[in-house]
Design a protein around this ligand. Structure first.
Ligand SMILES: [Zn+2]
Length: 303
């Protein structure tokens, strides 16, 4: 979507930053060149600030400002973003999935990796070979008529079938597919995500490090016990790396609700960001701060 004119306070969020032609983990990465163009535009019209500062400026109708965030702690972000941000006189906020330090790969990323390397038809054939008769994934009709409509049927059904499975079952199927297709999850995880030294380096350079859960679960679909564990474990891991507690949080998959917000507050977090595409205003709740996506900014700039 286009960012409406006269939006004076907003957040832009990035996922994969990769050069064109680089061995891709994603279907739509942002290139460093595009990121650089975005920064040039933002810097000209806004102060580039952290999330608490942006929040206060929106509250007090202060200087037009933007915060730039990066979800998932991907290595490409570390390679390209900090130097470009620093050259533009700004800082970013990086949301880290705690268990990636232990070579964990969230299901979302496993799906991206498989689809970026193999045809969906091969992945579905292998999935159906190992799935029971009653759980076969259809090949010719869409599982969902409302979601993933921009994907072809096979790709959409692959994603949707995994999405609908119970967490443990989808993890198991993805691990089976990784093994069947000869992928080394440990090596891929090491390449794909920042390590602790890189996260500490960002922190020392003045960027903000925030929480993004431990297993990257959609917290609005979990029990309070699981939510508390996801938040407290992630906080502990990051506190050990940084020597101080993270204060900002990004809801994995945008899964935000009042219960999760309340648990975040009780763990000392002060602000949390969603994926609702909008700007901030004087009435924005600090635990439901909306964000535009990098794609929205590209559309707005017509690039
Ligand atoms: Zn995420």
């Amino acid at each position: 979507m286009i960012i409406p004119k006269h939006t004076n306070y907003f957040v832009v969020n990035y996922h994969y930053l990769e050069r064109d032609g680089e061995k891709s983990h994603a279907s739509h990465p942002t290139s460093p060149e595009t990121f650089s163009n975005h920064l040039a535009y933002l810097k000209e019209h806004f102060a580039i600030v952290d999330i608490p500062t942006l929040f206060s400026r929106a509250k007090e109708n202060g200087e037009p400002s933007v915060a730039i965030t990066f979800d998932d702690g991907l290595r490409g972000q570390y390679l390209y973003a900090p130097s470009l941000l620093e050259a533009a006189g700004g800082y970013g906020t990086f949301f880290i999935i705690a268990n990636t330090f232990e070579n964990y790969i969230p299901a979302t990323h496993k799906i991206h990796i498989l689809l970026s390397r193999f045809p969906a038809s091969d992945l579905l054939a292998e999935a159906n070979r190992v799935l029971p008769e009653t759980a076969q994934i259809p090949l010719s009709t869409r599982i969902s008529e409302t979601r993933k409509l921009r994907d072809d049927i096979l790709t959409a059904n692959f994603k949707e079938a995994l999405h609908r499975m119970e967490h443990r079952q989808s993890e198991q199927l993805l691990d089976t597919l990784f093994a069947s297709f000869g992928l080394n999850a440990e090596k891929i995880s090491e390449d794909l995500f920042m390590n602790k030294e890189e996260v500490l380096d960002l922190h020392r350079r003045g960027h903000t490090i925030g929480g993004h859960g431990s297993y990257h679960l959609a917290l609005d679909t979990q029990t309070s016990d699981v939510v508390a564990e996801e938040i407290s474990h992630g906080k502990k891991v990051l506190s050990d790396v940084l020597g101080e507690s993270p204060k900002v949080f990004s809801y994995p998959h945008g899964g935000a609700n009042e219960t999760v917000a309340h648990i975040l507050k009780s763990h000392g977090f002060t602000h949390a960001v969603t994926i609702k595409q909008a700007g901030l205003s004087s009435t924005t709740d600090p635990f439901f701060i909306p964000r535009f996506d990098a794609k929205d900014l590209s559309e707005t700039l017509g690039a």
